[in-house]
Write a protein that binds this ligand. Structure first.
Ligand SMILES: NC(=O)c1ccc[n+]([C@@H]2O[C@H](COP(=O)([O-])OP(=O)(O)OC[C@H]3O[C@@H](n4cnc5c(N)ncnc54)[C@H](OP(=O)(O)O)[C@@H]3O)[C@@H](O)[C@H]2O)c1
Length: 178
């Protein structure tokens, strides 16, 4: 729980509105709750609309003056545009880009579509939203971006050692690289 002084500092620095992608679960949900407790209004984004509507009620009760729900698939260009268009009328000072997922197992055993979707959600959407909100923050004279990464990104493969250069190596018996 933040002190009243700290909540006021966060409101002044990043309010009045924050956008949180991936708010229906995990880190995004947790950060949306903390920001509501600080008194920021919130735009919550994910695909599962029902969960977001329930969350919106909870965020109101915790202290968010207003909550807007955007159900969008950030794996698509249309989903990213939905977020950009449906927040254009708001004074947003903070973007938390928490929507994302990771595939697991051998890269070559995974369907290419799954890997491309991961690229679209974890990279394309994050880049596009950071760019458009970054411009808005410069125009309004301030703002913040919260981007999430993973130490798994430094591994060559899920089964590989932490030293990335050893992660891609031939399989025993002459099979394809893992
Ligand atoms: N948890 C960790 O230990 C950890 C460590 C390092 C990095 N990370 C990264 O941090 C981010 C959040 O992790 P988490 O543990 O909070 O994950 P999580 O609990 O699985 O939540 C992921 C969120 O992303 C949303 N999402 C997924 N695909 C989406 C899509 N196509 N369009 C819109 N929203 C989408 C999900 O909502 P819907 O399903 O409702 O769309 C959900 O709200 C991820 O990028 C993850 O890779 C997590």
């Amino acid at each position: 729980m933040k002190s009243a002084k700290e909540s006021q500092r966060i409101r002044q620095r990043y309010g009045p509105w924050a956008v949180v992608t991936g708010a229906s679960s995990g880190i995004g949900r947790g950060l949306a709750v903390e920001l509501a407790r600080c008194g920021l209004s919130l735009v919550v984004v994910a695909r599962r609309a029902e969960i977001l509507e329930e969350l919106a009620n909870e965020l109101h009760l915790l202290g968010a003056p207003e909550v807007r729900v955007i159900s969008a698939d950030l794996g698509t260009a249309h989903g990213v545009e939905q977020v950009q268009k449906n927040t254009a009328d708001l004074d947003v000072g903070l973007l938390v880009a928490s929507a994302g997922f990771g595939t697991s197992g051998d890269f070559l055993d995974s369907p290419a579509e799954a890997e491309l979707e991961m690229l679209a959600v974890n990279c394309r959407a994050v880049l596009a939203l950071s760019h458009s909100f970054g411009r808005r923050f410069v125009q309004r004279g301030g703002g913040g971006l919260v981007l999430l990464g993973s130490i798994v990104g430094f591994q060559g493969s899920a089964r590989g050692p932490l030293r990335g250069h050893e992660g891609l190596r031939p399989r025993a018996g002459g099979g394809p690289a893992s």
